[in-house]
Write a protein that binds this ligand. Structure first.
Ligand code: ADP
Ligand code: MG
Length: 720
């Protein structure tokens, strides 16, 4: 089918048409609701809706997960275990076997070999038809059985040996489905829709990729690709389909990746059209701050600060991501940015994902800014009653202040006197929506605050292209010079005694120790209970050691006290849940023990381990696991032992576990794409990034349609 090239205006009106129900019921169009297809009543329509299929055309984008090859009947003698195949043979014997489970065993032979069909559930009639001499066509999984190859519960039908039954003409698609919706139904529906597609001659289903993008990549048109993927011809190589490398697949992969990237680029464009106060500053506060720092900035900190300063001076809101491995010194960079806002008479807000971290920022900033006589205001969920209303009044009244807090900062009763910059720490814990909410909070008339987003979860470059396409990026690719690598060992949980001796030794030479309790259960209560028990057991084993405890369910005062006791070395051993994961900074701590390390993601382990090795002292990390370790878990823990490079760890995590964990809650959609796979299709991402810019520049009218086709629900661009 030839590619339809439309004039831009024409294209747009076609897309708009797709939103209206089919006007003419006689000719069912691709834009019509699925109920216009033969055999689709309200019940089936409801099931299809669960799969995101509402219109006829949606079925075309409901793509197969995999394929079966029923186009050939394979000689039984050539079968291999752990494959799927279609076979035909004659029943030699059939008998009921009484073992641990009663089963009907049917021996099927075709002259090249024989195998057993095994049925655990069977009716009397079934047993009667599967009798000696019957000729069967079967499809199923081939497995190794106790005596020969077997197929357990194959699909089968009786055939007439004299009149050969036809084989399938195309590979058989297996669709993602939902309860009560059979593959056969989906197959029948897609057959109907493919027939409509053939008549649609470019009307409803526009090919949104311009030839200038498509042709040089050797990608087929949309209609060709869809037809192919729903019904691949029998000579298609299964290997290509499994690898996602067939041009028809790549065509749709590119479009889906493009849709994701474009949705963020559009968001970026809309935000970029907003106005922001230009924050140039005279540098005086920054200079005073830098003079008081006990160290010089690293080259990376300097570079990032300059990039930020340049953005802040503009009258468009900065949207910048500061990526830096744990311990790379992001807080200092944030403080410099905040001081720029204060130099201009504006407020800067710093939002942290946990109370613990917010408190630490408050302490650090208070320590840095107190001598400069600059107020550090503080808002958390814990602040109640009069304290809270007093603080709210100050935030609303003091235009030259730093405001630190948790997500309590964007509750409805908070209003800022003059917010010029919103800094969001450990961004992977927050969603895009929360970030936008804070920007909207700080809005003053037509002006929006600048945004600096910080993350210690290094995102591999290609992944960042997709996940952070709405942001400019600065990277702290260098640690402060005094750091020593943390040496990591992986030890079975049964050797706790040795570890207790190690803890005693570290504390004897004046160091401090973290013990992190983790559980796979989501239950916070259980996790806190475990931490409490562990703290008690360790205190009993180490009577001379001062043990502290921190978990999410403690009374506010208790936890603050424990944290600050640890920071001030009044506690030697801190037993904690993963609340210490992000950002906690106690440089004297040199040993960390992590329980059940095999259950945590690599990025999370890296974060935890980053709590030690924060000074010149040699540090150790002990990863405890519960045996036996799976091969995958072993491989993952080995990565932790072998490297301290956060980017490398993130890359390995991405390969081993997929993007879901790395991106956290931020971009759940990226982890569940329909045909693209961020890990497998990694090498397409740079091309997609360029293609997105080209589309935005040359075919802006197609952008919305592409995004809507692939992300029908994900579009709530920031308004205003
Ligand atoms: P992160 O990037 O993980 O948030 P922090 O900002 O907590 O890192 O910094 C980690 C530690 O390194 C802190 O104790 C901080 O004071 C220290 N630090 C930051 N910058 C430097 C530097 N240029 N030289 C030496 N130490 C530094
Ligand atoms: Mg930090």
């Amino acid at each position: 089918m030839p590619l339809q090239v439309h004039a831009p205006g024409e294209e747009h009106s076609r897309v708009a048409m797709a939103d209206e129900p089919a006007a003419d019921a006689m000719s069912v169009g691709l834009a019509a609701p699925v109920t216009s297809l033969a055999g689709v009543g309200p019940k089936l329509a409801e099931r299809l809706r669960r799969l995101g299929v509402r219109r006829v055309a949606d079925l075309l984008f409901h793509l197969p997960l995999r394929y079966q090859d029923r186009t050939r009947v394979v000689p039984i003698g050539s079968l291999r275990p752990d494959t799927e195949a279609s076979i035909q043979g004659t029943v030699e014997i059939a008998h009921v076997q009484f073992g641990r489970r009663r089963s009907l065993m049917v021996r099927l032979a075709d002259g090249t070999g024989a195998l057993y069909l095994r049925f655990f559930h069977f009716s009397r009639t079934q047993q009667a038809t599967l009798a000696r001499g019957a000729v069967l066509r079967c499809y199923g999984d081939v497995r190794r059985g106790p005596h020969s190859l077997e197929m357990v519960h194959p699909e089968y039908r009786i055939v007439d040996a004299a009149a050969p039954a036809p084989v399938e003409e195309t590979l058989t698609p297996i669709y993602p489905t939902t309860e009560g919706l059979h593959q056969l139904t989906l197959r029948k529906l897609t057959t109907q829709v493919l027939a409509l597609l053939a008549r649609d001659s470019g009307g409803t289903l526009s090919d949104l990729l311009p030839p200038s993008l498509r042709v040089p990549m050797g990608l087929p048109t949309l209609a060709t690709s869809l037809r192919f993927l729903h019904r691949p011809p029998s000579d298609t190589r299964m290997g290509d389909l499994e690898a996602g490398s067939h041009p028809a697949q790549r065509r749709l992969i590119v479009e889906e990746l493009l849709a994701h990237r474009l949705s963020l680029r559009v968001l970026r464009q809309r935000l970029g059209r907003r106005r922001a106060p230009p924050l140039q500053g005279d540098g005086r506060l920054r200079a005073a701050f830098a003079r008081r720092l006990p160290y010089a900035l690293t080259a990376a900190q300097q570079r990032a600060s300059e990039e930020i300063a340049r953005d802040l001076a503009a009258d468009r809101p900065m949207l910048r991501l500061l990526q830096g491995d744990v311990g790379s010194g992001k807080t200092v960079v944030a403080a410099l940015a905040a001081l720029t806002a204060l130099e201009c008479g504006y407020q800067a807000a710093i939002m942290a994902p946990t109370e613990l971290l917010a408190e630490q920022h408050q302490r650090n900033l208070g320590h840095w800014l107190g001598p400069l006589r600059l107020p550090v205001l503080w808002l958390s969920g814990k602040l109640k009653g009069r304290n809270r209303s007093e603080m709210l009044a100050r935030i609303a009244a003091e235009p030259r202040a730093v405001v630190v807090g948790t997500h309590a900062l964007f509750q409805h009763d908070v209003s800022f006197a003059r917010l010029g910059l919103a800094i969001i720490d450990e961004q992977h814990r927050f969603g895009v929506d929360q970030r936008l909410a804070l920007a909207d909070k700080g809005r003053q008339g037509a002006e929006h605050p600048h945004q600096l987003i910080m993350t210690a979860t290094p995102i591999p470059r290609t992944l960042a292209m997709t996940a952070y396409a709405d942001l400019d990026t600065s990277v702290l690719d260098e640690l402060p010079p005094n750091r020593q690598p943390v040496s990591t060992v992986v030890i079975a949980d049964t050797r706790r005694d040795q570890i207790v001796a190690r803890i005693a030794e570290a504390i004897r030479v004046g160091r401090q120790v973290y013990w992190v309790c983790t559980l796979i259960e989501e239950s916070e209560t259980l996790q806190c209970q475990t931490a409490t028990d562990t703290a008690a057991a360790l205190a009993a084993a180490l009577p001379e050691v001062r043990v502290g405890l921190v978990h999410g369910r403690m009374k506010d005062g208790e936890r603050d006290a424990a944290m600050s006791d640890f920071a001030n070395a009044r506690i030697d051993l801190l037993v904690a849940t993963t609340v210490v994961e992000v950002g906690v900074d106690v440089p004297n701590a040199s040993l960390m023990i992590v329980e059940n390390a095999e259950r945590l993601g690599l990025a999370q382990l890296h974060q935890l381990r980053g709590r030690v090795g924060r000074s010149g002292v040699k540090s150790d990390c002990v990863l405890l696991y519960q045996a036996p370790l799976s091969a995958l878990a072993r491989e993952r823990l080995a990565v932790m032992r072998e490297t301290a490079d956060g980017f490398l760890i993130a890359q390995r995590d991405l390969e081993l576990r997929g993007p879901g964990e790395l991106l956290g809650s931020r971009q759940a959609g990226l982890a569940q794409m329909r045909i693209a796979d961020l890990v497998r299709d990694n090498e397409l991402l740079p091309f997609v990034a360029r293609a997105a810019e080209q589309l935005l520049a040359e075919h802006p009218e197609r952008v919305d349609a592409i995004v809507r086709r692939w992300l029908p629900d994900a579009l709530h661009y920031g308004s205003g």
